[in-house]
Write a protein that binds this ligand. Structure first.
Ligand SMILES: Cc1cc2nc3c(=O)[nH]c(=O)nc-3n(C[C@H](O)[C@H](O)[C@H](O)COP(=O)(O)OP(=O)(O)OC[C@H]3O[C@@H](n4cnc5c(N)ncnc54)[C@H](O)[C@@H]3O)c2cc1C
Length: 387
């Protein structure tokens, strides 16, 4: 295989994690290395909307579509308009993200983008062979965001919930929304024994993304998501069907699991994104963790030349907290709606966001733990530690 093209870095999968890592590499001392990005799709569609929070402008500030400093939380017998400061809750549309990163890529001749389906990653003596349906490539380092097809077989007795959601971007005929105020979680809807909520993200006075989200073990049939959206809009927003049109529909599934995703797959294959454990198990938020991980990986490459023995995403105690909450929800020990209501009612919003970001100190963690009822969470802790 003398003619097999060889690269310093191959990104197997060029979605959220692959393109983020590419972007971080292109803004580092590794910007002149040969980089190959392989994805089976042409990444240009608006196939997801990424939301996250941060205190400062991030690397993708120029493509933030909208941001909010005030958001509603509606729980059980409790509603509040929360002040998020010092955080802003930000929204990036994937089409803008793909376009922005692809522009940066096109400005670098050392980066090649290939549309192909990857069939195998083969470890060789001194590099990795990436086998695709088109041709093979060699890479010194492969960063893979490809999920295992047998992922759920690896769960064993860990929790594996799904965060599944359908969202509509709607446009009202008349000005209706306050684009400065969004709804992070609205739990006033029927729970059906799961953890279900709506969120509403207005981007101008006439446009908003309204999304029906469920944490549970099974997906629903598509009509059920639609019915719930149709019920929510008139009942809680006062919008009749004739008042708005649906511009765009989004459907997604994110794993919420306390199983350990392997971080390395052999010596030279590093897993990134959801496949590498970047998804926060108790919330599904991934985008910011991908950015942190990308920055750390690039730093490792620059300082040591080897991105190995990286710390797992998240510190151990936060992994335990995630696992406890998943056990509490997954085993039906206490309703998710009630847990979130207690947490948001009894803590400053910034503390909750910091906790979910894994940036709190132990005293703040204890305050959060004190907000929820003891017995179900002690049981959840027992399961988290013993299964
Ligand atoms: C609809 C949706 C909305 C989300 N919203 C948020 C949010 O608001 N906030 C947040 O923090 N997280 C969110 N997430 C979770 C997470 O941020 C995204 O899933 C993110 O895209 C994860 O990045 P990734 O690179 O791991 O996976 P992906 O972005 O899915 O990238 C994986 C890539 O690998 C490619 N691929 C797979 N198999 C092969 C193969 N065999 N050969 C070649 N290419 C292959 C795919 O085409 C894909 O482009 C959302 C997820 C979804 C699905």
């Amino acid at each position: 295989m003398e003619n097999t093209p060889t690269y310093d870095v191959i990104l197997a999968g060029g979605g959220g994690a692959g393109l983020s890592l590419a972007y971080h590499l292109l803004n580092s001392d590794w910007k002149d290395r040969s980089i190959l990005i392989i994805d089976q799709e042409q990444k240009e569609k608006n196939d997801r909307t990424w939301c996250f929070w941060e205190t400062k402008p991030g690397p993708f500030e120029s493509i933030v579509h909208q941001q909010w400093q005030r958001m509603y939380f509606h729980g059980t017998g409790f509603s509040q308009l929360m002040d998020l400061q010092p955080y802003s809750y930000k929204m990036i549309r994937s089409q803008d993200f793909y376009r922005y990163v692809n522009q940066a890529i096109r400005a670098h001749e050392n980066v090649t983008v290939v549309q192909a389906q990857i069939q195998e990653l083969r470890e060789r003596a001194d590099n990795i062979e990436v086998v695709t349906d088109q041709q093979n490539y060699h890479g010194q380092w492969v960063f893979s965001s490809l999920r295992d097809s047998d992922e759920t077989d690896q769960v064993k007795d860990k929790q594996y919930l799904l965060q599944h959601f359908k969202g509509w971007e709607i446009r009202t005929k008349q000005p209706f929304f306050n684009p400065q105020q969004a709804t992070l979680m609205d739990f006033r809807i029927a729970q059906h024994g799961d953890c279900r909520f709506m969120y509403v993200l207005p981007t101008d006075e006439q446009t908003a993304l309204v999304e029906y989200t469920i944490f549970s073990g099974e997906l629903l049939d598509q009509d059920t998501y639609t019915q719930e959206l149709n019920r929510y809009l008139p009942k809680y927003l006062g919008l009749k069907r004739a008042d708005y049109e649906v511009l765009h529909e989004e459907f997604g599934v994110i794993p919420m699991t306390d199983m350990e995703y392997p971080r390395q797959q052999g010596e030279r294959i590093i897993r990134i994104g959801t496949a590498g454990g970047a998804t926060k198990a108790s919330t599904g938020y991934t985008f910011q963790r991908i950015q942190r991980d990308s920055a750390e990986l690039v730093q490792q490459l620059i300082t040591t030349g080897r991105p190995e023995r990286l710390p797992l995403n998240g510190r151990k105690r936060f992994h335990l907290f995630d696992s406890v909450l998943l056990n509490v929800m997954g085993r039906g020990l206490y309703p998710g709606r009630e847990s979130f209501t207690h947490i948001f009612r009894k803590n400053p919003t910034a503390r909750v966001l910091r906790f979910l970001d894994e940036d709190t100190h132990l005293g703040e963690d204890l305050a959060i733990m004190n907000s929820v009822p003891k017995l179900p969470f002690i049981k959840g802790t027992w399961y988290a530690l013993t299964t």
